[in-house]
Design a binder for this molecule. Structure first.
Ligand SMILES: NC(=O)c1ccc[n+]([C@@H]2O[C@H](COP(=O)([O-])OP(=O)(O)OC[C@H]3O[C@@H](n4cnc5c(N)ncnc54)[C@H](O)[C@@H]3O)[C@@H](O)[C@H]2O)c1
Ligand SMILES: [Zn+2]
Length: 368
């Protein structure tokens, strides 16, 4: 059963259309034709994804009479570099990509971020369509319109809000994803349930075994609901106002980002760092926001069943404090935490005393 969500933003003339369906990739050409008047698309992807899913994507585009120019970028975060972006612009110029044409991003979140930003800037903005092929990209990065690249000074420092005209999420493409990556992506689904959708959280508890195994039906159900939850949040707060609804999406991320930075973005996948971050944020929530102890246990139990990490790799407290102090989303000098009073709800980011944070971090395995 295909699920279609139409996402409208108050400030935008055109809605974004999100389709989630097993096998949807075969309909990519029709999707592009319905949403745009493109005759050529820049198909931005990496070599691995292109080898696994590129043929299906290109056949679908060809069947609909759309010319696809493949633009290959490095795998993973290395795609999000200024010189990769500059090369994309040059290749778009060579392909004579016109105002009515479009960019198609086929791959994980990094591909979506750089391809979406290339679309935001090329000819001052052309349409783009996301074809996310990781769990994280399907539930998180393809919704909300954030695009951008990294600098040596930090991740995601340059970018734009540029909503995709359409997103085609095909859960069958996740079959080729390494299990560790699939499970890490599920951490963001757990987050969506925890902060905004108690029924999603319950369905994850029911389906945890199937999700951990990569069952496509269970993945499809979870992905549809997680996208709905994120959509409801970003529609009310497209630009992430200070203290606005969108800040709730940072649940687990205060510490998650710090852990990733402290380990040079190598040791932990983003979702693994967020899983550890959510465990700590939930423990702080018991103390500071009245989260019942048994709801903390539900979160811990669900993350355990998805084989997401319980403890942080050896990290010094000083290194973590330093990384948190550099977080792009901090308010002034203070570090704020999104807490949850109960499953399905989040509170506005709050200042937590450093003594309380310190003891929670030590409990979770940080080195004094
Ligand atoms: N724009 C947003 O709102 C937003 C939100 C969350 C994260 N992000 C960004 O997303 C990025 C992380 O995305 P990610 O976790 O998808 O990882 P990724 O994009 O870094 O991709 C990881 C790897 O997975 C491989 N891969 C992708 N799909 C595959 C498939 N179906 N089968 C086999 N291999 C596949 C890729 O080749 C790549 O090597 C970060 O850069 C992060 O900043 C953006
Ligand atoms: Zn995240």
């Amino acid at each position: 059963v295909p699920h279609t969500l139409v996402v409208r933003y108050p400030a935008r003339p055109r809605a974004s259309r999100i389709v989630v369906a097993r096998g949807a990739l075969a309909g990519l050409g029709r999707f592009v034709r319905t949403l745009t008047s493109a005759t050529t698309v820049a198909l931005v992807s990496d070599a691995r994804v292109l080898a696994l899913h590129g043929t299906a994507a290109r056949r679908a585009l060809a069947r609909a009479g759309v010319r696809a120019v493949p633009l290959i970028v490095p795998r993973g975060e290395r795609a999000k570099q200024p010189r990769v972006l500059a090369r994309l612009w040059d290749r778009m110029a060579a392909a004579r990509l016109a105002r009515a044409d479009a960019v198609v991003a086929l791959g994980g979140g990094a591909i979506g971020d750089v391809a979406g930003f290339a679309a935001a800037t090329w000819l001052r903005g052309v349409p783009w369509i996301g074809v996310p092929t990781t769990v994280l990209a399907q539930v998180d990065s393809s919704v909300g319109g954030k695009t951008g690249i990294d600098l040596a000074a930090g991740k995601n420092l340059v970018g734009a809000f540029h909503q995709p005209l359409g997103v085609l999420a095909d859960p069958d493409t996740l079959a080729t994803l390494p299990g560790r990556q699939r499970r890490a992506g599920l951490a963001e689904v757990v987050k969506a349930g925890m902060i905004a959708d108690a029924a999603l959280f319950r369905s994850l508890e029911r389906d945890a075994g199937a999700l951990a195994r990569g069952d496509a039906g269970a993945l499809e159900r979870a992905i549809v609901r997680a996208i709905r939850a994120k959509t409801r949040i970003v529609q009310r707060d497209e630009r992430e106002r200070d203290g606005g609804p969108r800040t709730a999406l940072n649940f687990g991320h205060t510490l998650g980002h710090a852990l990733e930075a402290a380990h040079g973005y190598r040791r932990l996948l983003h979702g693994e760092a967020v899983a550890i971050g959510m465990r700590i944020a939930a423990r702080l929530s018991v103390r500071e926001a009245g989260l019942p102890g048994r709801e903390l246990e539900r979160l811990e139990g669900l993350l355990d069943r998805l084989a997401l990490p319980r403890r942080m790799p050896p990290t010094s407290l000083a290194r973590l404090a330093q990384a948190m102090a550099h977080d792009k989303k901090r308010a002034g000098r203070a570090v704020r935490w999104v807490l949850t009073p109960r499953v399905g709800h989040a509170s506005v980011p709050r200042l937590i005393s450093s003594r309380v944070v310190r003891s929670a971090l030590l409990d979770a395995g940080a080195r004094p």
